[in-house]
Design a protein around this ligand. Sequence first.
Ligand SMILES: [Zn+2]
Length: 318
Amino acid sequence: MDILVTTHTEFGFVNDKHIIPDKNATDGVYKGVPNLIKIADKYGAKVTFAVMPEVTAYFPKNIDHEVGLHIHSGWEEFHRGNFSFYVGDSFLRENTNQSSTSTVLKDYSYNEQLEMIKTGKDHIYETFGTEPTSFVAGRWSINNDTVKALIKADFKCDCSAPAHSKPCHHDWSKLPRICMPYHPSADDYQRRGDLRLLEIPVSQIFPLGNVNPESVPVYGLSWFKACFLEYYNQNAPLFHICLHSPCMVDPYFTSAMDDFLKFISKHDNINFKFASEITEYKDFVPKTTILPYLFRVNNNILKTGLKTVRSKVFGGRK
Ligand SMILES: [Zn+2]
């Protein structure tokens, strides 16, 4: 089984087990990246860092891991609890023409998206001397024009797909929960086609949600181990973990990541890969298996489940 770890590399800090992507919190990159590398190297894991152009000065040079590109378009203020922060990329804001402030990449024309992607790619190349070929869109938001622009800019793969998910700012609802890499169609990035780019969806827990250590406070680590086993036991060819670099500054999350990689690496036939090394796998038909989850019910998942049931039962009544 191939294991892929993609990391959205950006500024931020952790407060109360949530990432606040504050632009002043440069440690999210400066410390988060080396911390993750240290953990990954313990288990021979490879990490693909999708790097925002604005953070390159804080990213280590000459690492043995992959450097890709992470694009956040626009510039808007967001709030979480008492914190407010800006989403966007200050480097791209200064060096590209963006006709709006929208933080959703698919809101921009093909030409605008291509300019952001090319400018970001050139900046990564000038800083690190390697051309990024792996991509992740900020807020998971792409459309057919993004795929076209990525191919034009010579990208090999896109890791922006939380399969099955559709809030307002992105749409991956046509992908099944367990979805292996595929070449998209020019008319619909969610359908199989023959384009050169490879879509590599992020693995999803049951019933829905990214395999991401940042969600351990919600579901408990054992739920993610169960998800790994659900994939592993049916010989799924790929398990794809995602995370954001700022969580690797917090001991709660570094210990969760360490524990998770230790668990995975103990299994037979595990091959850690970079995103650019992944190819399409043939003949795998996924199925949902509940059994590994039943053995790994934990306090966090019980609390989360109870909250969901309560909101479903009492949600409409105030
Ligand atoms: Zn991001």
